[in-house]
Design a binder for this molecule. Structure first.
Ligand code: AMP
Length: 452
């Protein structure tokens, strides 16, 4: 059977798991699931190239549940519920989402799961941990805290999953990972998921996978064909007005990306002042604030979430129709991750980038990486700019009710001028013709990993 014709029923999963899948409304496995599930059930180590949005969480969670099923116990004794599967993620948000998936897919099984992450009182996590859990989802730092406090034992771990391994390395978790790996039994199955393949990832795979099988669902750094990408060339000073206009005309749930936490906060505040239901999500916010913002966004109470790359990484928001890059990321891979928030699980999405002249070089890098030119939309406001600038200079300055703040982006210090509503016709979510581009295995891994 080819992976295209694979059904969940053909994957040798227990009826309880199939029932949970059905309740999720999934009708057939995604390509990564069709490839990974049989290999994980066989006990192979995996190096999987898959981005968020491909269904990768179920790709490792479903076979994990299946493999732990024989040891599932209804006993209340903590000794009967040792940690058997450890899932490490780089961010708290991803950890929460992964554990929600574990709970959803395992809802008809007597297996326990728990998520632990930093930024919240460690004591709140200890009682559940001490009661015993088979599946532990954790961020590395907090897991080490628990290890130090002897609230968790890892000597019965049979499966280790590193989710978004590339981001874990980016975020400097390598020393933590090494400390954790040293505490696990040598005999275990290892699964590593990464959206991109760098030399460091190759090295990590070398260090901790045994004779791994490489699977890949999309060429690394490929962008989803369900995402309609476009750019607006616009001066930095005009970005905020264009953003406000796009949010107004499109009127859909949007994640707006900025490079820094400071810009994220300021932009969210500015949008709020203009009546946009906006909030910011970034690393300086407390865990509770981040969770509240995410919940409000998921419920539609907040329509615009302004986010930094790290905070947004791994966010799984169903049916997100639009992302806007307010600032172009300097690492082109981040562009791929950002726009991967939309156009997920078969839905269509729009990814708009606001490119200032000084960001052209980063755009070039992105286009080189994704091997395509991103179509440009007209930005007529640039044509009006000289006139508007003259008007502004002639007009008496408004007295600001709050003292002007210092910022590199002058929009933070001046009142918003609504854009000409004729500027942008509403975007339509029309699918792009599906490219017949060949999907390749990254050359870097060619020598390291064999493809079965
Ligand atoms: P992930 O890549 O794990 O973050 O998953 C992305 C989204 O795809 C999540 O919202 C999942 O609920 C959804 N999903 C996972 N597997 C399937 C499937 N087989 N069919 C439809 N949607 C799925």
């Amino acid at each position: 059977m080819t992976t295209e014709t694979t059904t969940f029923a053909s994957l040798n999963l227990a009826p309880e798991i199939l029932r949970a899948i059905e309740e999720q409304g999934y009708t057939k496995p995604t390509p990564i699931q069709a490839q990974a599930i049989p290999l994980v059930l066989e006990g192979r180590d995996l190096m999987a190239g898959a981005q968020t949005g491909t269904g990768k969480t179920a790709a490792f969670t479903l076979p994990l549940l299946q493999k732990l099923l024989p040891q599932a116990s209804t006993s209340a004794s903590p000794a009967r519920h040792p940690v058997r599967a450890l899932i490490l993620t780089p961010t708290r948000e991803l950890a929460i989402q992964v554990e929600e998936s574990v709970k959803a897919y395992g809802k008809h099984l007597p297996l326990r799961s728990l998520v632990v992450f930093g930024g919240v009182d460690i004591k709140t996590q200890t009682p559940s941990l001490m009661r015993g859990v088979e599946i532990l989802v954790a961020t590395p730092g907090r897991l080490l805290d628990h290890i130090e406090q002897r609230t968790v034992q890892l000597n019965q771990v049979q499966m280790l999953i590193l989710d978004e391994a590339d981001r874990m390395l980016d975020m400097g978790f390598m020393p933590d990972l090494k400390r954790i790996l040293a505490l696990l039994p040598k005999e275990r199955q290892n699964l590593m998921f990464s959206a991109t393949f760098s030399n460091e990832i190759k090295k990590l795979a070398d260090d901790f996978l045994t004779d791994p099988t490489l699977i890949e669902v999309a060429r690394s750094n490929a962008t989803s064909e369900n995402v309609q990408q476009k750019i607006y060339r616009v001066d930095q000073t005009d970005k905020h007005a264009l953003l406000a206009e796009l949010l107004r005309t499109q009127n859909v749930q949007t994640i707006v990306f900025t490079k820094t936490k400071l810009t994220a906060s300021r932009l969210a505040r500015l949008l709020q002042r203009e009546g946009v239901a906006a909030d910011a999500i970034h690393g300086d916010k407390s865990q509770q604030e981040r969770m509240q913002a995410l919940d409000a966004f998921k419920q539609g109470k907040v329509t615009t979430l302004v986010a930094t790359d790290v905070a947004a990484r791994g966010l799984d928001i169903d049916q997100l129709p639009m992302v806007i890059n307010y600032e172009i990321p300097h690492a082109p891979e981040d562009y791929v991750h950002r726009i991967g928030r939309t156009g997920r699980a078969g839905a269509l999405g729009v990814a708009i980038s606001l490119v200032a002249p000084e960001e052209e070089k980063y755009l070039k890098e992105i286009e080189k990486l994704i091997k395509r030119e991103i179509p440009q939309e007209n930005t007529p406001r640039l044509q009006h700019r000289p006139e508007r600038q003259r008007d502004r200079e002639a007009a008496p300055r408004k007295v600001a009710s709050t003292p002007a703040r210092k910022s590199n982006d002058p929009w933070f210090d001046r009142p918003y001028e609504p854009a000409d509503s004729s500027i942008d016709a509403p975007l339509r979510h029309t699918p792009r013709p599906v490219s017949k581009q060949k999907r390749e295995i990254p050359a870097l891994l060619g020598g390291l990993l064999r493809k079965d």
